[in-house]
Write a protein that binds this ligand. Structure first.
Ligand SMILES: [Zn+2]
Length: 262
């Protein structure tokens, strides 16, 4: 009788241990499955994020073999964003020269064009759009807003929006008022966002490429907006030198919308 009880107890114990073992194994499988799917989700999120931030990556100078490692590195160190903006164009020669240089470097910028120049060079406006640059309004005739010309100024903005939209098919959202003179009530009236600047190297009055470049590179910082003009040979040369030096310092060039809204 004692032997029988012992045998039953032993059987129960073995069955219990076996059950416990199976349960533990099952639990571990569930945990590891959960962590794999969680990890996959994180990876997807960061891929989307990276893809969004470096929209122009396909033309970057990076060697293709380093691609996957770059994604991993990008997750750890976010690049400092900076925006180049060019006013007054398009110029018949210099703007195309600038676009060539930006394309070579895989860099996008923002162009605040006058309606008059845009209607003279619609092909250049189209090219800006095709190559991922942002196009904004800089009035029709480069008029400065004063207390007396509010309505004329507003008409110039509307006319320029129309010129640009006829070429690109896209609504113009951003405006750089010449000389920075602005009236906040236009923002609601025209549904437009003014974009000023944080770094002004006065490139329009200096023919010295090294001087313009140094002024910008010295002041460069995260989320700065650089004001230049694609209307001078020296500005174009300086802008491309600035791009080379700041890329070297780890900056990422973005269009102004990415600095204003992210
Ligand atoms: Zn201007």
């Amino acid at each position: 009788m004692k032997k029988l009880i012992m045998a039953i107890l032993l059987f129960d114990l073995t069955a219990g241990l076996l059950f416990l073992g199976l349960w533990e194994q099952q639990r571990q499988e569930t945990v590891s499955a959960a962590s794999i799917s969680g990890g996959a989700k994180d990876m997807q999120d960061s891929t989307e994020k990276n893809g969004k931030q470096s929209g122009n990556a396909e033309s970057s100078a990076e060697s293709p073999g380093r691609g996957s490692r770059d994604v991993a590195a990008g997750e750890m160190t976010e690049k400092k964003k900076i925006a180049l903006t060019f006013d007054d164009g398009p110029h018949p020669f210099y703007t195309a020269e600038l676009l060539d240089g930006l394309k070579e470097r895989g860099v996008t910028a923002t162009f605040f064009v006058t309606g008059a120049n845009a209607s003279l060079h619609p092909d250049v406006i189209k090219r800006m759009q095709d190559e991922g640059h942002l196009i904004g309004n800089h009035t029709y005739s480069h008029i400065q807003l004063t207390k007396k010309n509010r309505e004329t100024f507003k008409k110039e903005l509307v006319k320029t929006n129309q010129v640009i939209e006829d070429i690109t098919g896209v609504e113009v959202e951003y405006v750089r008022p010449p000389y920075g003179s602005w009236d906040k009530s236009f923002e609601e009236e025209l549904n437009m966002i003014p974009v000023l600047w944080t770094i002004d190297p006065l490139d329009w009055c200096s023919g010295n490429v090294a001087c313009i470049t140094e002024r910008v590179v010295k002041k460069a910082g995260e989320n700065e907006i650089i004001l230049m003009h694609d209307y001078y040979d020296t500005s174009v040369t300086a802008a491309l030198k600035i791009v080379d030096e700041l890329l070297e310092e780890g900056y990422e060039f973005v269009t102004v919308d990415e600095i204003l809204f992210e």
